[in-house]
Structure formats: structure tokens, C-alpha cells
Design a binder for this molecule. Structure first.
Ligand code: AGP
Length: 355
């Protein structure tokens, strides 16, 4: 087992550090950098008029991100929690139903995909495991090629899912910014490596390890990052953590915000979305909450933050992966300081095969 960890204390931190390599594997052979195109020939002609994603947990957060990408490309898309989808299947029409599942064995996701298939839908799975049940049962399989993930808490497979969903959208739609996204994806492994080498997330973890609760906020593409930041924190530290759409804070959760609840705000770019999130940061700062900004520095959010976890300026799609890496390190180091069983958190299994 120690050899399997290659000198790291836990599989999770090893897998966090494997992300640059995992991303390179995911992108290799799919991206033609000269032509600025993505090759999905093995999947046949999919050209969907609509997309429904089904997934659970971390994979659901990737699905939310994926649905956002399709909508940006003008294709109606929605992400559903697989357990809810199977209970009340929405009208599918001729939408493509995409399951996102690292293991390809999650019972809720399989059940949702089967329900869709029963209604005549075309199905595709985005998975890490060749030969998994989902890969065998779906019409098409897109492999994220992240390599085996042992830690119960997903890390490298989440970033590879995000990269894979970019490739899927770019390959299936005619986006104006395809070349720009491909360039950002190409730079992602190097940018991620620098964050892994230089992040001050461990120092932030040290400061807030005794906090009563942790809140994560983000907007648009950064909303799934906030949800994932909170899920990771819950899973491996056993602390109360919640992710919110930044704009929802004032509709209730703000009542929970105190000087004992650090708020982690993902603020990328300097568009209207980012500026509105800075407004939400001001609201929590005014309630004495410690603020940690995960930002590329394009807004003045640092003025309201106690700490900044910096990411380089890049495309917002790539920024989501980079921001998430800081949050993975934050949860990991908090859990390590609290002495938690990081690779096998209580009550959780790597693959959930019951509904
Ligand atoms: C992730 O950290 C969790 N262990 C969990 O939410 C997981 O993502 C979920 O159970 C779905 O698993 P899957 O991707 O294998 O379908």
C-alpha cells in the first residue's frame, strides 16, 4: 500500500498531484492543435438538439458544468441528480442523455440511464472505467482517461471530467471560441502544476481548521466549483460545509454567516457575473465573516478578502479547474490537520451500488 502511494501520506494527495498528467492523457489524441478542432469520430454523428445530464455527487457537479457549456453553445441542456431523474423522468424528446460517472457502476446513475433508454433516448456515458456497466450499456462511451482513483473522495477524476466535457461540447457544437478554449485547455496541465507547487491553501487550512462551518460561493461556471469545494470539505473533514450560488446567499443562507464561518468565494474574470459576486463578498464581509477569495485578480475582490488563493488569468472554463485545485488542497490539509481517515472517510464508499 505504501508503494502505491509513491511516498505521499494518502492516495488523495497523490491523486491531486497526478492531475496535470491525467489532464494531458484526457486531451491527448482528441485535440488537433494545428487545426484547432476536437476529434469525436469514434462517437459517430451525435449533433444533439438537447442534452440531459444524469449524475451523482462530484460527477453531478461536473454535469452542472457540462450543461452550462452546452447552453453557452446554444443547445438546451440540464443536469439532473440521477436519483431524482429515475423517480420522475422528464420529457426527453430527442435529447441525448449523458451519464457522468467516474466508476460507471453507480446504481442511481445506471438506473437513470436505463430509464432514459427505455423511453428510446440515445445515451452516452462520460466515465473513467473501460468495460464498466455504464460503458457497456450506453450507446456511446467517452473515456476521461484519468487513471485509477483509489481515494474515496474524487479529485483527479473531477478535473478530467471537466476537461472531457469541454472536449465533448467543442466536438459537438460550433463555438466561436473553440480555438481559445483549446489553447486554455492546452495550458491547463502547466497552470495546474504551478498551483499544486505554490498554493497557500495549507496555511489557510491551518488558520480555519476550527471553524464552525465553511461556505463556498460561485456564479455561473464557478457555481459547480463552489458545490464541489463544499462536498470535498464535508466528505473528508466531517465539518459542516455548504456551497451556494453566490446570488442565493441573500435569500436565506446569509443568516448562517458569522465571524466563525469562513466564506470561500470563487471570483473569475471581471464581467458582470464577477462583479456581482464581489457584491456578495461585501455582504459577508460586512457580517464579519473571514473571506478567502479564489481569484485571477481581475476584480478588486482582494480588498474585501482576508486571504487570496491566486490563479492565473485564463479562460473561465479552465479557471474552474484551477480554482478547484486550491479547494481540494484546502480540504485535504484541513482533514489532515484534524487527523481524519482521508482515503476512507466514515460511512462512504468509492462506488455506491445501491439506490
Ligand atoms: C466524490 O468525492 C464522492 N465520493 C461521490 O460523490 C461520487 O462522486 C458519487 O458517488 C458518484 O460516483 P461516480 O462518479 O462513480 O458515479
Amino acid at each position: 500500500e505504501e508503494t502505491g502511494k509513491s511516498g505521499y501520506d494518502h492516495y488523495m494527495i497523490k491523486e491531486i498531484h497526478e492531475q496535470p498528467r491525467a489532464l494531458r492523457q484526457c486531451l491527448r489524441e482528441r485535440v488537433d492543435e494545428m487545426a484547432g478542432t476536437v476529434d469525436l469520430d469514434d462517437l459517430g454523428d451525435l449533433s444533439p438538439t438537447g442534452v440531459q445530464f444524469v449524475a451523482c455527487g462530484t460527477s453531478y457537479h461536473a454535469a452542472l458544468y457540462g450543461a452550462h457549456l452546452f447552453r453557452e453553445a446554444g443547445i438546451p441542456a440540464q443536469a439532473f441528480l440521477a436519483s431524482e431523474y429515475a423517480t420522475s423522468v422528464p420529457p426527453i424528446g430527442d435529447a441525448l442523455v449523458i451519464g457522468v460517472t467516474q466508476s460507471g457502476e453507480t446504481a442511481d446513475t445506471l438506473s437513470a440511464l436505463r430509464a432514459a433508454e427505455k423511453r428510446g433516448a440515445r445515451t452516452l456515458v462520460v466515465t473513467n472505467v473501460v468495460g464498466s456497466t455504464a460503458a457497456r450499456e450506453c450507446d456511446h462511451a467517452f473515456y476521461i482517461r484519468a487513471g485509477p482513483e483509489i481515494g474515496v473522495a474524487a479529485s483527479k477524476t473531477f478535473s478530467s471530467q471537466l476537461a472531457a466535457l469541454n472536449l465533448l461540447t467543442l466536438g459537438m457544437t460550433q463555438g466561436d471560441d473553440t480555438r481559445e478554449v483549446i489553447n486554455a485547455l492546452r495550458e491547463l496541465p502547466g497552470d495546474l502544476q504551478r498551483i499544486l507547487d505554490e498554493s497557500s491553501a495549507e496555511a489557510v487550512a491551518e488558520l480555519y481548521q476550527d471553524a464552525g462551518a465553511y461556505f463556498f460561493i460561485g456564479r455561473g461556471l464557478q457555481f459547480p466549483v463552489a458545490l464541489e469545494g463544499a462536498l470535498k470539505m464535508k466528505e473528508i473533514t466531517y465539518k459542516h460545509a455548504e456551497g451556494f450560488a453566490a446570488g442565493e446567499l441573500k435569500h436565506g443562507p446569509l443568516a448562517l454567516v458569522t465571524a466563525d464561518t469562513p466564506v470561500f468565494a470563487v471570483v473569475i474574470g471581471d464581467d458582470e457575473k464577477a462583479r456581482k459576486t464581489v457584491g456578495n463578498v461585501k455582504e459577508v464581509e460586512a457580517r464579519d465573516a473571514p473571506v478567502v477569495a479564489i481569484t485571477d485578480g481581475q476584480t478588486d475582490v482582494h480588498r474585501y478578502a482576508d486571504h487570496v488563493l491566486q490563479i492565473p488569468e485564463t479562460h473561465p472554463r479552465a479557471a474552474a479547474v484551477l480554482a478547484n485545485a486550491h479547494l481540494q488542497l484546502l480540504s485535504y490539509h484541513t482533514a489532515a490537520k484534524l487527523g481524519r481517515n482521508i482515503d476512507k472517510p466514515r460511512n462512504l464508499a468509492k462506488s455506491v451500488t445501491v439506490e
